[in-house]
Design a protein around this ligand. Structure first.
Ligand code: GLN
Length: 408
């Protein structure tokens, strides 16, 4: 492209930007955010008939017994507003599961808040506990809603970068970022998009820094049951940490029901107060019949989780081995249903350009990772694939890539 066309394009973009900002209004706190990358990519998948290994939603259904429980709850007339912080059965089921998973005994009435998915738990936690100007530390790459919600709260974001190949926590960098001015640190383990799981050593270091500097921990653990290469460890279970931690989780990933939007936040009463205040005015309460069904789901025996993991291991092998055979550098993923690869062997200049090419010319959707960084340049070599699809779909996607993607 010549410099003149380049400039013309840039000028055209500016004109479009100004027209758009004139027609569509948005408050400053959300100005810099676009339609989420997951929505954009899923729309493109439909438009181009591409296989969607982008947005993380299973293309298979959740278990029959959970769906039956929802239908039963509707038939039983559980259809009016639920108690704001959760129907008692679900609060109890959440605490029972938490005890099995972490050994911690918490009060279902005072320490659990049921929310509309973990995304609302994140929003209620941030809006309920963070003041404008408070410093909050994020590990980049990070899930897109963290930055948007912190921006809504007026927080000051500090970033610590996790780098390939193992995305381990850069301890020295973390130490120089955390201070008495830090109000909270947000962690996500197993981690979206990289599949990294925080090790006990890393969590211990983070914990001691948080205690030393009086920092809260908000921990998103929605992929805790998709832990393949190591055991999941909840930050709240570390000595001295429960008191300063909000643990967030949901039903969607574990039960392949991402559209139900049932989540929760577990925290000691003094932090639950803030979470509940925000939740009361965000959504007030969450879908009643789905909460009853969620309670049934959470009471399922451990064999369910073992089978889920076995299924996902098989899917993961198909995708990871397939991506390697296609020619990607595949970074190790210990948990989640995501895997991150380096796309540069194929010669495209950025993650976005690569994903566009992959959709239009190959017929497969992946997620460009630059949206998971404060500085998009940091993600320009990496793209994310998901393996939460049936085995046939994963195999077809690999075949398409083998046929049409050529190393430069
Ligand atoms: N959590 C899903 C993912 O990372 C996306 C959810 C959404 O579209 N907001 O793919």
């Amino acid at each position: 492209m010549t410099r003149a066309t380049d400039l013309r394009l840039h000028f055209a973009e500016l004109v479009v930007f100004h027209i758009v900002s004139f027609l569509f209004q948005v408050a400053k706190r959300l100005e810099r955010f676009k339609t989420t990358i997951f929505t954009q990519m899923s729309m493109l998948a439909i438009k181009h008939g591409a296989i969607n290994l982008g947005q993380g939603f299973p293309n298979f259904d959740g278990p029959e017994f959970v769906k039956e429980a929802a239908i039963q709850a509707i038939k039983d007339g559980k259809n009016q507003y639920a108690r704001g912080y959760g129907v008692p059965d679900l609060n109890a089921a959440v605490t029972a599961r938490f005890k099995i998973d972490t050994g911690l005994v918490v009060d279902p009435e005072k320490e659990v808040t049921v929310t509309s998915g973990c995304t609302e738990a994140i929003a209620a936690t941030i809006l309920g506990l963070i003041n404008p100007g408070d410093e909050v530390i994020l590990f980049a790459p990070f899930y897109d809603s963290y930055e948007a919600t912190l921006s809504m709260a007026g927080a000051k974001i500090k970033c610590v970068k996790l780098r390939p190949p193992d995305f381990s926590v850069p301890i020295a960098e973390l130490k120089s970022t955390i201070s008495k001015n830090t109000r909270a640190i947000l962690i996500n383990t197993p981690h979206n998009p990289t599949g990294k799981m925080f090790t006990r050593d890393e969590l211990n270091v983070i914990a001691s820094l948080c205690i030393e500097n009086d920092v809260l921990v908000f921990t998103d653990e929605v992929y805790d049951k998709l832990a393949f290469e190591m055991d999941h460890i909840s930050m709240a279970s570390l000595p001295g940490m429960y008191e300063r931690t909000v643990t967030m989780n949901s039903l969607g990933k574990t039960f392949s029901l991402t559209g139900w939007k049932i989540g929760w936040a577990i925290a000691p009463p003094h932090l639950t107060w803030g979470v509940r205040q925000a939740h009361s005015f965000l959504t007030f309460a969450t879908s009643t019949p789905m909460q009853y069904a969620a309670a049934t789901a959470l009471q399922t025996p451990d064999s369910y989780y073992e089978e889920l993991k076995r299924d996902y291991m098989a899917k993961k092998t198909i995708l990871v081995e397939g991506l390697k055979a296609v020619g990607f550098t595949v970074f190790p993923s210990s948990g989640t249903y995501f895997v991150v690869v380096d796309h540069t062997p194929f010669g495209l200049e950025s993650d976005v350009a690569f994903c566009e090419y992959l959709i239009k010319e190959v017929g497969v959707v992946a997620i460009p990772t630059s949206v998971f960084y404060l500085n998009p340049e940091d993600g320009k070599n990496l793209v994310r694939f998901t393996f939460c699809k049936d085995e046939g779909t994963l195999r077809s996607a690999v075949e398409r890539m083998k046929d049409k993607l050529l190393r430069k």
